[in-house]
Ligand binder design. Structure first.
Ligand code: MLT
Length: 279
């Protein structure tokens, strides 16, 4: 069922253990479609479009502006991983969901960590879908500043066209070009203001390795072996930190395993839910 909470659009599918699927940067909840369809056979799946993505408006001046204009009213400082986590908490409150499983894709994982830090009592368990608890390296920060300058100069669409192919494994690009092209087409009209706000928020986020170390319940790592954004070596380096970790590899996936191998990706989440709900 499609739902709204103020300016926030989300979908609520199925019945069972609540699972919140948090999408990443320059995406919306639709990236989870295939996974959510499968999971909702046994779970209650909540799939928000984060504020500023898809059908959800970014409060504080981030209304979608005409495509290609990088000069939109820029809600600087409005977005942080913590503020986005607070929106997710409001969503759980609205739905009267006490505790849920959170699965975060990349930036969605950064938000999930902020959520687990602020509201641990609301988290049954959580998982990273190609994400990391490390803060940005200096090189990564420099890259984000370059991206911001590029978007300001050229707008969102050329940025999406340029950056999207790198999200996929080389084999996906060669064998399933339509998957890449569909993603470019779908997100070319993304708000430049939102992209810039997210980039700034990611750049400023702190590392949260201590959340990984101290979280008392299981943490899932789904790793794309061909991921160039969160390389497998980095994922594996942090996978030994939690008290209880489940580590799963998607051998043919880059950074978009939920599209590149939706069946295996959803099975991994399903197994994780089964594991944490064992009597
Ligand atoms: C994402 O997919 O959410 C972003 O690529 C994350 C990042 O740039 O760190």
């Amino acid at each position: 069922m499609d739902k709204m909470m103020g300016d926030l659009f989300y979908r609520d599918w199925g019945v069972g253990t609540p699972v919140l699927l948090v999408h990443g940067f320059a995406e919306d909840g639709a990236v989870w479609d295939e996974v959510a369809k499968r999971l909702s056979a046994t779970c209650r799946v909540l799939i928000p479009d984060l504020p500023g993505s898809g059908r959800s408006v970014l409060s504080g001046g981030g209304q979608p502006e005409p495509m290609g204009s990088g000069q939109a009213s820029q809600p600087e400082g409005v977005v942080s991983m913590e503020s986005l986590a607070a929106v997710l908490k409001e969503l759980l409150d609205k739905e009267a969901i006490g505790r849920c499983v959170l699965i975060g894709h990349s930036m969605g994982g950064y938000i999930t960590l902020a959520f687990a830090e602020s509201y641990p009592e609301r988290v049954m368990a959580f998982g990273f879908f190609h994400s990391t608890a490390y803060a940005d390296s200096e090189e990564k920060k420099a890259g984000r500043l370059k991206s911001i300058a590029f978007i300001r100069e050229h707008g969102a669409a050329p940025y999406i066209r340029q950056s999207t192919p790198n999200l996929f494994a080389a084999r996906t690009r060669e064998q399933r070009p339509a998957l890449v092209e569909n993603m470019i087409r779908r997100y070319s009209s993304f708000s430049a203001a939102s992209l810039i706000a997210y980039l700034q928020a990611m750049l400023q986020r702190p590392g949260r390795l201590s959340v990984l170390e101290q979280f008392p319940r299981p943490i899932l790592f789904i790793i794309g072996e061909k991921d160039q954004i969160v390389p497998p070596e980095q994922s594996l380096k942090q996978a030994h930190m939690p008290r209880i970790a489940l580590v799963q590899l998607l051998p043919d996936a880059g950074h978009m395993g939920m599209l590149e191998d939706a069946v295996a990706g959803s099975n991994m989440i399903q197994q994780f839910v089964n594991f944490i709900t064992l009597p």
